[in-house]
Design a protein around this ligand. Structure first.
Ligand code: FAD
Ligand code: 2HG
Ligand code: ZN
Length: 502
């Protein structure tokens, strides 16, 4: 397949001008406008968090960030931008890992952070309707006394927003239990690229009245409109949750272990997460969770974090203990040992190791992240082959690539291959791409399991989508956004709309 890189120049879009700013001042109060242009004149440093992504890998040069407080304000802003051909980057918590949430050049940033009201909750159906800017953790906290949980959990929960989660179709740590947002999101309210408000904020479980338009916005990465409201089916809170960190002598044991754990725990299994040894060591090095005892770690090639969630503590604990007993008794055993959390603090600490991996990678260096779907039995091969490839290029040393590690969501066939380097350099990138994408294509996998395409993988889309699919994606984009103002360059390029082949 041809590997084509797209230059990120968006020449035909208008930059925000003082005239535009004057118009935005009629829609928003001064506190909701951050701009380095006069008359607003915010110091450039205040725009930095909106111009730089979580990894500090992608950098924009936006002069203006707007923080609307209502759907009507979003609509008025977008309508104006469409008329003036101003490119817009919808932004949630800016925790995305593919550079989709920051400008490429000086596009206008519309940040949803000021739209954080919960609109309604029905404790019989469990249906929650919330503004798109609600932080995931706030929604979870809100639901605790109501005995429900958001059917989504991820390490970025303290900052990411439900609108961002929907727009990336985030997967996370419990997809195994609750399924994808394509199933749990019941309705959306979206401001379309011409400013029209599409109200599909239904709270119906069943609604087969023609095309299910909301599905198009789930995972659209802000290219078809700005999500302003979300209706989501929450789940009854489990009465009992347990977890155990299993240490495995060999990666080859992961797949048989997964089968056995599923067989024995069946309906109470809620997470099955894989961490390779190098990733674990980095988590511990950077203080994520409490390190396991040496004897638990000795001889471990990798770890698996298993969680159960159910409605009867005694029953669940009995099942989990029985599983551990059976595993330990088997000869040879699939596991070396297991650390079972016996207190809420230990439960949280085991999760902290897993959830803290992303942060640990960033503390260790600059992480090249490949969020891929490949057959489970190929996880290790992908990690090892990538490491050897980098070694053969002379790049595996402390001044270039420091570590090649893997972790991820086994139940979803989703590996997070992380290449941790001293710096982001064109040489390392050229060694990794298209190498990793070709490897993924060889296994008929996906180059993006859950993080999206963003700006990072626009050019690599053909590795996972055939030309007919891409053509229809482009047609949909053109239909919704004929002027191409919504998050241009990510993840679908539009003909004649500014992206040129290098
Ligand atoms: P942003 O980063 O602000 O935006 C992401 C994309 O969505 C951009 O393209 C943006 O334009 C668009 N967007 C945002 N809000 C809107 C809106 N209201 N309307 C239209 N478009 C919008 N991802 C996973 O899938 N699983 C994980 O387990 C996971 N763990 C993570 C752990 C850490 C520590 C970090 C830093 C990230 C993790 N991520 C994970 C990636 C990221 O958190 C998710 O993609 C998240 O859903 C992004 O939400 P956000 O509000 O930060 O969106
Ligand atoms: C996770 O599963 C996230 O922890 C982030 O999706 C993955 O750090 C990564 O590469
Ligand atoms: Zn993940």
């Amino acid at each position: 397949r041809p590997f084509r890189r797209w230059t990120h120049s968006l020449p035909q879009y208008s930059s925000v001008s003082e005239v535009d700013l004057a118009h935005f001042s009629k829609i928003l109060p001064p506190s909701a406008i951050l701009s380095t242009l006069s008359p607003s004149i915010t110091p450039a440093s205040e725009l930095e968090p909106f111009n730089n992504d979580w990894m500090n890998k992608y950098h924009g040069r936006s002069t203006t960030v707007l923080k609307p407080r209502s759907t009507k304000e979003v609509s008025e802003i977008v309508k104006w931008c469409n008329q003036r051909r101003i490119a817009v980057v919808p932004q949630g918590g800016n925790t995305g890992l593919v550079g989709g949430s920051v400008p490429i050049q000086d596009e206008l940033v519309v940040n949803l952070g000021n739209m954080s009201n919960i609109r309604s909750f029905d404790d019989a159906s469990g249906i929650l309707v919330a503004d798109a800017g609600c932080i995931l953790q706030s929604l979870s906290d809100y639901l605790v006394p109501l005995n429900h949980v958001v059917p989504l959990d991820l390490g970025a929960k303290g900052s990411c927003q439900i609108g961002g989660n929907v727009s990336t179709n985030a997967g996370g740590l419990r997809l195994l239990r609750y399924g994808s947002l394509h199933g749990s999101v019941l309705g959306l309210e979206v401001v379309l690229p011409d400013g029209t408000i599409l109200d599909q904020l239904t709270t119906l479980r069943k609604d087969n009245t023609g095309y299910d338009l909301k599905q198009l916005f789930i995972g659209a990465e802000g290219t078809l409109g700005i999500v302003t409201g979300v209706s989501i089916l929450t789940a009854a809170a489990p009465h009992a949750s347990n977890n155990v960190m299993l240490s495995l002598p060999a990666f080859d044991n992961v797949l048989p272990l997964y089968k056995e754990v599923k067989r024995q725990l069946s309906e109470i299994l809620s997470a099955f997460e894989f961490i390779d040894r190098r990733a674990y060591d980095l988590a511990v090095k950077h203080g994520q969770g409490r390190a396991l005892d040496d004897r638990e770690v000795e001889g471990a090639e990798c770890f698996v974090l298993v969680e159960t969630s159910g409605s009867n503590r005694e029953h669940d604990e009995e099942k989990l203990n029985k599983l551990l007993e059976n595993l330990m008794e088997e000869e040879p055993s699939l596991i070396n040992s297991g650390v079972l959390a016996t207190s809420p603090a230990q439960f949280a600490s085991l999760w902290a190791i897993r959830e803290g991996l992303t942060e640990a990678m960033s503390k260790e260096g600059k992480a090249y992240k490949y969020d891929i779907s490949v057959p489970l039995h190929k996880f290790k091969e992908v990690i090892d082959t990538t490491r050897e490839h980098l070694r053969s290029k002379g790049l595996l040393h402390p001044d270039a690539v420091k570590h090649v590690v893997g972790y991820g969501h086994v139940g979803d066939g989703n590996l997070h291959l992380n290449v941790v380097a001293e710096a982001y350099t064109p040489e390392i990138e050229a060694a990794l791409e298209p190498f990793v994408y070709e490897l993924v294509a060889k296994y008929k996998g996906s180059i993006s399991a859950e993080h999206g395409i963003g700006v990072m993988k626009t050019h690599a889309l053909p590795y996972s989508k055939n030309s007919v699919s891409i053509e229809w994606m482009r047609k949909i984009k053109n239909l919704f956004d004929p002027n191409g103002i919504m998050n241009p360059g990510k993840p679908i390029f539009q003909d004649g709309n500014g992206l040129a082949i290098k």
